[in-house]
Write a protein that binds this ligand. Structure first.
Ligand SMILES: *[C@@H]1O[C@H](CO)[C@@H](O)[C@H](O)[C@H]1NC(C)=O
Length: 162
């Protein structure tokens, strides 16, 4: 193939991809187990496959939810949801529902969700993919090595570590 026809193929593929995404968004992100209740990933965090999450959008100014969708994480701990509308007037969040691991299934109500802006009218220049921050289920009893690990992260006195 000549370079010109290659560029044409690339341009056509890009246009097709854009047309497919123009309608809405793909919302994706990771769910992991936080065995140290650290609130961030540590070297003992593990992705959770088969975790249930939901995406919910609600109007900024009260009112019934405008979107509710469920998803389950794949074997790498990632969920993926397709949304075919723009939610400029809403707050959209991905929330933890159920952990596949009974030993790592506690939900901290202040850290169980990731906000995802689902509008193209907020100045963010991106394609249709929206990445939610990683969200974690917590182990009820931190692993015994967590003290040492958190010390390494210089957070020995973090609120979650008595
Ligand atoms: C995690 O980090 C701690 C502290 O640096 C270390 O002692 C431990 O061996 C590490 N664990 C793994 C699973 O890498």
């Amino acid at each position: 193939m000549t370079t010109l026809s290659q560029s044409i193929v690339v341009a056509l593929l890009a246009a097709a991809a854009l047309a497919g995404l123009a309608e809405g968004f793909t919302v994706t992100g990771e769910v992991y187990c936080d065995p140290c209740r650290a609130g961030f990933k540590t070297n003992v965090s593990t992705p959770l496959a088969g975790a249930a999450v939901k995406l919910e959008c609600r109007p900024f100014l009260n009112g019934p939810e405008s979107l509710k969708a469920d998803a389950t994480t794949d074997k790498f701990g990632w969920y993926r949801l397709e949304v075919d509308q723009d939610f400029q007037e809403d707050i959209c969040e991905v929330m933890l529902i159920k952990s596949p691991d009974p030993a790592c299934s506690e939900v901290d109500k202040f850290r169980d969700r990731a906000r995802v802006p689902l509008t193209k009218n907020n100045g963010i220049k991106q394609n249709g993919v929206r990445y939610g921050n990683p969200i974690a289920f917590l182990r009820k009893e931190p692993l015994k090595e967590c003290g040492l690990i958190l010390q390494q992260y210089d957070l020995k006195d973090a609120p979650e570590t008595p």
